[in-house]
Write a protein that binds this ligand. Structure first.
Ligand code: FES
Length: 182
């Protein structure tokens, strides 16, 4: 298989608008800082890849493309290698199956501030449990362990956007808006 080097200026992801979007998002999203810390702790060694992917899955709920590109750059690995490992192991998930994604942080700070109540309300509303998608295919409900936003706990990520100090009622309103979509 040809190797895609994410460090190379000819790599398509480095030139696309999505790349700068990913960069902006990376700067504003503390979950990426969590990844940075994990990579740094491992001295950016290539063999830290699985640990970093675990951390990413914990923080983001699944491994979206932007995250894989970010990890490839951080560890200076070919993107194809990162994809290869992420797709080889069943415990990694590349996509939520629902049209929308709701990730409830169940890390200590969020748990103490009531994220389990938020999750309970969501499970009832969606008629499904964490790690699954509602029967209509609209919402995938995931959990994470600390998304790096402890200061605004409890935190929930709606389609990639972090919302803090969120109550079950507000969470349900957002989900119901998704459910009402055609
Ligand atoms: S524990 Fe939820 S953001 Fe840290």
């Amino acid at each position: 298989m040809p190797t895609l080097n994410p460090q190379s200026p000819s790599h398509p992801d480095l030139k696309s608008p999505q790349s700068s979007k990913a960069k902006d998002q990376a700067l504003s999203d503390r979950r990426f800082k969590t990844l940075d810390m994990t990579m740094k702790r491992n001295q950016f060694k290539h063999d830290a890849l699985i640990e970093v992917l675990h951390k990413a899955q914990e923080s983001f709920g699944y491994l979206e493309e932007e995250v894989l590109i970010y990890i490839a750059r951080g560890l200076k690995l070919p993107l194809s290698r990162v994809y290869g490992v992420a797709t080889f192991y069943h415990l990694f998930s590349l996509k939520p199956s629902g049209a929308h994604t709701c990730i409830v942080c169940l890390g200590t700070a969020c748990y103490v501030k009531g994220s389990s109540k938020v999750l309970q309300a969501l499970e009832q509303e969606l008629g499904t449990s964490v790690g699954n998608t509602s029967a209509d295919g609209k919402v995938s409900l995931l959990s994470a362990r600390c998304i790096g936003a402890c200061g605004i706990a409890p935190a929930v990520v709606f389609d990639g956007v972090v919302a803090g100090k969120i109550e079950p009622e507000e969470t349900l309103k957002r989900i119901q808006a998704w459910e009402a979509e055609d």
